[in-house]
Design a protein around this ligand. Structure first.
Ligand code: ATP
Ligand code: MG
Length: 525
């Protein structure tokens, strides 16, 4: 295409890069006699009527985004169509930015933390301006951010991902029902087809995470893996991924990466403020004294932080605390075993003390996003661990009984122990739904549980032991049966949800420009 004249005015000089939608060229504007950048959207090349519709839509959408004028947003000078060998192709003429993309900076290696925070704040300024004009970016990623030699950013491709969607139909364009974006950086709600301005903040969170740690918050082999991870996995704290990242960064990035957009910064301006505080933080920030509280957005700069509203989940924690306290108090007051030996009071007080400590820990963790990511993994193991303890207590009290039939215990008891161990290991397998190896472990454990269920039900059906009172009211056959069945149900539910999320995002295809080139989920790299 070199030397070609587009729109009777723009002479292509040299190719600057190539993305999923087409190529970007340095060109000479022969009318105004200046250098420009021209993005040729070859994705929309063609001559048939469907292609015409798509191009008309592209021009319409691109015209809207071209109205943006901001020092951190690349200016769009012109739009046009040109006849090439491949048919009519739309193109976008922009200001030519002399600088490097953040993708190049990432490849080159270490990015200074303060610099990353400054760039992040400038990107937020650009996003804030666009959002105020009702325009979302939808495809914030390293290759769409250029850094000029003077160190300021220029955000590229505002709204272009959506404009260049060749499959959108006229009515779908007005709906929130299709996906554009790049999976490694895509907010959960955007993956579900409902992007909103704060989806751009999420993508920025992924980008900054990558800048300061050198890796993305989630690792996955393909686009579906990324989308699934955004939908269901908790991101790690950046300071736990890369040494030298202060905890103050954890709070800001994990807040940008919250699954629920309402839990992120309320606006790009709030996020910019938090990032500017990080940029101004003295170097190096000692981890122990990192001002975590600063990460919460403050509507009054320099003033006291506003009180954080109590989240709905916290109300649930308070309700559970209240319920357990009420039950403990009732049990203590009713003195159910009739013996006044102080045991009721001790156990009631003990239960209240445990749930109170639990509630205090809950609030401490809620207040610190950095801690939340750290406890997310151990918390997954809590329910199976508690179940295992309860089962161990039942077995121990049975073992203390002289009348125990060990041969009887070993078969169903052994199987149910295996089942519980399987449940524990399955919790581990469930921590990642995107790694093939762990998925395999999950399937194998479902098999083990199925065998356990079969063994236990055979015992039940044979009838030889039915009626045997093992420990009080618990018939042991029911223990492995119940645990095995719920383990299988748990696994299947997770599996179905994951696959549904995956196929939903897969069937609502993402345009190749932004996402899914076979084998390369990060098309721009
Ligand atoms: P996508 O098509 O999904 O946006 P991408 O961002 O990797 O993928 P392009 O947007 O086509 O690809 O951009 C390709 C490269 O061209 C970019 O990496 C950037 O370095 C360069 N580029 C784009 N616009 C300009 C511009 N206005 N000035 C200078 N270089 C630019
Ligand atoms: Mg781009």
């Amino acid at each position: 295409m070199e030397g070609q004249l587009l729109g009777g005015r723009y002479r292509l000089v040299r190719q600057l890069g190539e993305g999923g939608m087409g190529e970007v060229w340095e060109a000479r504007d022969e009318t105004l006699d200046r250098q420009v950048a021209v993005k040729v959207i070859s994705l929309l090349a063609g001559g048939e009527s469907r292609g015409d519709d798509a191009r008309a839509r592209f021009l319409r959408e691109a015209r809207i985004t071209a109205r943006l004028q901001h020092p951190y947003i690349v200016s769009v000078h012109d739009l046009g169509e040109s006849d090439t060998q491949r048919g009519t192709v739309p193109f976008l003429v922009m200001e030519l930015v002399r600088g490097e993309g953040l993708d190049v900076k990432l490849r080159e290696g270490s990015v200074d933390l303060a610099e990353a925070a400054r760039w992040g704040a400038q990107i937020c300024d650009a996003l804030g301006d666009a959002h105020a004009h009702g325009i979302m970016h939808r495809d914030i990623k390293p290759s769409n951010i250029l850094v000029t030699p003077s160190g300021t950013v220029k955000v590229l491709d505002f709204g272009v991902a959506r404009a260049a969607d060749p499959y959108a139909t006229a009515d779908r364009l007005t709906q929130t029902g299709f996906i554009v974006g790049t999976p490694p950086y895509m907010a959960p709600e955007q993956a579900r087809g409902h992007p909103e301005p704060r989806s751009d903040l999420y993508a920025l969170g992924c980008l900054l995470f990558e800048l300061v740690t050198g890796r993305l918050p989630f690792q996955a082999p393909d686009s579906v893996g990324y989308l699934t991870a955004h939908l269901s996995q908790q991101p790690p704290a950046p300071s736990s991924v890369a040494a030298g990242v202060p905890e103050a960064w954890d709070a800001v990035l994990l807040r940008l990466l919250r699954k629920d957009p309402t839990k992120r910064y309320a606006s790009a301006a709030d996020a910019a403020q938090a990032l500017r505080r990080l940029a101004d933080a003295p170097k190096p920030v000692p981890a122990a004294t990192a001002p975590l509280a600063e990460a919460w957005p403050s509507s009054s700069p320099g003033g006291p932080s506003p009180r954080k509203p109590v989240a709905p989940r916290s109300w649930i924690a308070i309700a559970i605390w209240f319920l357990i306290t009420l039950v403990a108090a009732t049990v203590t007051a009713a003195n159910i075993d009739g013996a006044y030996d102080g045991r009721d009071v001790a156990s009631g007080a003990g239960a209240v003390a445990i749930v109170t400590v639990g509630l205090i820990v809950w609030f401490a963790v809620e207040a610190r996003p950095g801690w939340q990511a750290r406890v997310a993994l151990p918390l997954r193991f809590l329910p199976p661990a508690l179940l295992f303890c309860a089962y161990a207590m039942v077995v121990a009290s049975a073992a203390a009984d002289d009348s125990i039939d060990w041969g009887y215990w070993l078969l169903p008891g052994g199987i149910s122990t295996l089942t519980l161990a399987g449940l524990l290991a399955m919790a581990a397998a469930l921590t990642s739904r995107t790694e093939r190896r762990r998925r395999g472990i999950g399937y194998a454990l479902v098999g083990v549980n199925a065998v356990a269920v079969l063994g236990s039900s055979t015992q039940l059906v044979s009838g030889s032991r039915v009626g045997f009172q093992y420990v009080g009211f618990v018939q042991p056959q029911w223990v492995p049966l119940a645990v095995g069945v719920s383990a299988i149900a748990l696994y299947c539910t997770r599996e179905i949800t994951t696959r549904r999320a995956g196929s939903a995002s897969g069937s609502r295809r993402t345009p190749p420009s932004t996402t899914t080139r076979a084998g390369s989920p990060r098309s721009s790299r």
